[in-house]
Design a protein around this ligand. Structure first.
Ligand code: PLP
Length: 429
């Protein structure tokens, strides 16, 4: 059997095993374009419908049970029913929603974040990581009185800041972007120097998450720090995903500090969340005490549920110790998975850091999304279906994220499922 035939067979079996998810999709097609309202949740032949989730388990509409190794693309670090988060939400509900006023919890969450992340002296909240990046970009443009933003090919910073193909993305916010190659020190330095008079900001994830869990080298980050300082460009780290990788985020782990940081995902305790922060003089562009301050609106910026769930999560659950432990667990898991691939001489690998990783169907080194794109994409798709069949919930593009409720036996189940894939699909590897 060739790979395409195996993939068609996997689609057919998936369709047969999931009649209720198929019916849900068919109903959705009548009222939503493609039956979808979040592009990343679309996969062929149709996405599985989720009936419920508990701890780190997910149950689909047809009654299958999965271990959740997606963790809502890093936002679900607490699992689905953490008692501390739940108690914080219940308590908040007792005092009412939607005040149309300031509340005490937003100050406490702001304090907790400023204490935790070394480059953040002042913080503002948004409803999403996308908005956080837009607001940070706007502060940088105002601060420098320049227009252009340097970003990296393959980067994702939100629905309107997506640079996957290198071609102009019609959905992107209409800024002037300069596209650079990730982890390429010389080429990026040359681009910064060439455009320095127009560059307001360099925006990057210190480890690309959606781009395939590809870490920036410390020398690359240090070069960006040095060039941005020299040319007075605002260096923005998008730590929407990577802030979970160490108690004070990736920046703390590598010791390279940006001027501004954007946050999102798990810091809202599982509710809609985003935030942007940085040095006082940058954040003061949004200070309403000052003349000509930029406006920053958002009905739900300080919403009661997010503020309370986020504060409880960050201060009582994802403590610095918990962050260190989860990331050590992730390092160990990724080592085991890579050893398994190497022992079988399978051309596949798991890249990443700590509690975040992505499978790639190539054993060649991966330093950029261009390297990652050389992996066999059809085989990665087959991997997804085989994992789903083994009761593993993960991203169709192969992303895996640990969450706090995972136990040793569930990690072993993932290793066993990958072992079975390597053995059974050996002919394609
Ligand atoms: N930045 C990064 C690195 C992300 O991974 C994401 C979302 O996946 C965003 C920004 C956008 O966050 P949101 O989906 O909350 O708008």
């Amino acid at each position: 059997m060739d790979l395409n035939t195996a993939l068609t067979k996997a689609h057919d079996e998936y369709t047969q095993q999931n009649p209720k998810s198929l019916a849900r999709h068919q109903t959705a097609l009548d009222v939503m374009p493609g039956g979808n309202t979040r592009s990343v949740l679309f996969n062929l032949p149709f996405p599985l419908g989720v009936a419920k989730a508990e701890s780190c388990k997910i149950y689909d509409l047809d009654g299958h049970e999965y271990i959740d190794f997606l963790g809502e693309y890093t936002a679900g670090i607490y699992g689905h029913s953490h008692p501390v988060i739940r108690a914080a939400i219940d308590k908040a509900l007792d005092n009412g929603l939607n005040f149309g006023g300031t509340n005490e919890t937003e100050v406490k969450l702001a304090q907790a974040i400023c204490e935790r992340f070394p480059s953040i002296d002042r913080i503002r909240f948004t409803n999403s990581g996308t908005e956080a990046n837009l607001m940070a970009i706007t502060a940088a443009r105002r601060h420098t009185n320049r227009s252009h933003i340097l970003v990296f090919a393959g980067a994702y910073h939100g629905g309107v800041l997506y640079f996957s193909t290198g071609k102009k993305n019609p959905v992107n916010a209409p800024y002037d972007f300069v596209l650079a190659p990730y982890n390429d020190v010389d080429a990026t330095r040359a681009l910064i120097q060439e455009h320095s008079a127009n560059l307001a900001a360099v925006l990057l994830e210190p480890m690309m998450g959606s781009g395939g869990c590809i870490q920036a080298s410390t020398s690359f980050l240090q070069m960006l720090r040095d060039e941005c300082t020299q040319h007075q460009i605002v260096l923005i780290f998008d730590e929407v995903m990577t802030s979970r990788l160490a108690p004070g985020g990736f920046q703390e782990a590598v010791g390279v500090l940006p001027d501004m940081t954007t946050l999102g995902k798990y810091i809202g305790g599982g509710m809609s969340f985003g935030a942007f922060g940085g040095r006082v003089e940058l954040m003061d562009h949004y200070n309403p005490h000052l003349p000509d301050a930029l406006p920053h609106a958002g009905t739900f910026n300080n919403n009661v549920l997010t503020m309370n769930a986020g504060l409880a999560g960050l201060t009582q659950v994802y403590t610095p110790d918990a962050a260190r432990k989860l990331n050590e667990q992730g390092e160990d898991l990724r080592r085991r998975l890579n050893q398994l691939c190497q022992r079988a001489e399978a051309p596949m690998q798991f890249t990443g850091r700590g509690s975040m990783m992505t499978v790639h169907m190539t054993d060649a080194p991966i330093h950029s999304p261009t390297d990652a794109a050389k992996g066999n994409q059809a085989l990665r798709e087959l991997f997804f279906f085989d994992m789903v069949n083994s009761g593993i919930w993960l991203a169709p593009r192969g992303m895996i994220n640990l969450s706090l409720p995972h136990n040793e036996s569930q990690l072993n189940d993932l290793v066993d499922a990958v072992g079975a894939f390597v053995e059974q699909r050996e002919c394609f590897l």
